[in-house]
Design a protein around this ligand. Structure first.
Ligand SMILES: Cc1cc2nc3c(=O)[nH]c(=O)nc-3n(C[C@H](O)[C@H](O)[C@H](O)COP(=O)(O)OP(=O)(O)OC[C@H]3O[C@@H](n4cnc5c(N)ncnc54)[C@H](O)[C@@H]3O)c2cc1C
Length: 320
């Protein structure tokens, strides 16, 4: 069976969920071979094996931390040369997409970004994308070289599928290009204790209807009852009620969680563009004519200041 390379996103050996989702998709098209780079790379092996990696290629060097993405591109290129895979899968983070694009250029391959599904095809893997502000769903296949495909978080379920996960050292020699852009400083983002917006299984968002920064506490309380990330519409962000990093939409972040709860958000096309592929969509809006209701699986016509606290209380009660 053909091998499929999966680029591992991890923090000091702790594998992030989107990578485990890639392993589920990789198993549909071949045997997953994971590539883990940087500090703690070898510590990723147990989790990767548990989710289907037959092999884990590892390499650590200070270049991965000290320079921007090119060392990682060169390592992945080395892995492609060793494995001759049927495809290379990379998580669709900003960094992942940059790595994938540079890799595709170097190996002369076609690339598909932001896939939301992947299936085996007679002539290579077929990727599903949601395009033009989510108004079309397309299917495409790379027709040149080894397909390089980035996949959005939450596109597949994490599934246990124990495999050997044999750790092998990857031989990497960096070129001069690898050290062209040095990292000169790092400031960790203040942790909210909530999951990363683009990776969260549940996102609770607030819009103009939230009517003030202080009222976002209601949205945060609902999010915390569900272990969710907090999102915001551009109207809420532009009003200074919530940070720009939490904006969902065409000019914000694109999310695709299992559950998206929109509170006081009208459902403008630019907002929908960033959340329309969510699996289940719930909206709370006091205007029964709001366009968001065209999109939802469940809609509550009501004042969010009545509905959201009740919902939070009910969830907390049921959690015991
Ligand atoms: C180029 C461009 C890019 C853009 N990019 C983005 C983007 O990335 N993300 C984004 O979100 N927008 C984006 N926008 C803006 C977008 O067009 C909308 O203006 C914005 O999404 C509206 O935000 P909203 O739904 O919070 O506000 P509104 O459209 O004002 O809707 C507020 C809703 O809250 C409801 N409401 C009010 N009070 C309550 C209450 N007490 N209880 C319940 N419901 C209540 C109202 O009925 C209304 O439906 C972009 C626009 C442009 C032109």
């Amino acid at each position: 069976m053909a091998e499929v390379l999966v680029y591992v996103d991890h923090v000091d050996g702790a594998v992030r969920k989107p990578t485990l989702e890639l392993l589920t998709l990789a198993r549909r098209i071949g045997e997953p071979v994971a590539v883990a780079l940087g500090a703690g790379a070898e510590n990723t092996a147990a989790a990767l094996a548990e989710h289907g990696a037959v092999k884990v290629l590892t390499h650590d060097a200070s270049e991965y931390a000290d320079y921007l993405v090119v060392p990682k591109v060169e390592a992945l290129q080395a892995a492609v040369e060793v494995v001759s895979p049927a495809a290379v899968l990379v998580p669709s983070s900003a960094e992942g997409k940059e790595i994938a694009a540079r890799l595709a250029l170097r190996i002369g391959s076609g690339i598909i970004t932001d896939a939301v599904d992947l299936e085996a095809g007679d002539e290579g893997p077929v990727a599903t994308q949601s395009v033009f502000a989510a108004s079309f769903t397309t299917k495409s296949r790379v027709s040149k070289g080894v397909p390089v495909i980035t996949v959005k978080p939450n596109s597949a379920a994490v599934e246990a599928a124990p495999a050997a996960g044999a750790v092998e050292a990857l031989a990497v020699t960096f070129s001069e290009k690898a050290t062209g852009t040095k990292v000169t400083g790092r400031t960790p983002r203040e942790s909210t204790g909530r999951p990363e917006l683009t990776e969260a299984a549940i996102v609770v968002s607030g819009g103009r209807g939230v009517n003030g920064a202080e009222n976002f506490a209601i949205i945060e309380a609902l999010a915390d009852s569900l272990g969710a990330a907090v999102g915001a519409s551009r109207a809420a962000v532009d009003a200074g009620w919530y940070p720009h990093t939490n904006q969902v939409g065409q000019t914000g972040k694109s999310v695709s969680p299992q559950l998206y709860i929109a509170n006081g958000i009208s459902g403008a096309i630019q907002h929908r563009a960033g959340m329309q592929t969510s699996k289940t969509i719930v909206a709370v809006n006091k205007d029964s004519e709001a366009p968001i209701f065209d999109l939802v699986d469940y809609g509550v016509v009501g004042d969010l200041f009545d509905v959201v606290p009740q919902l939070t209380e009910e969830i907390n009660t049921r959690k015991g």
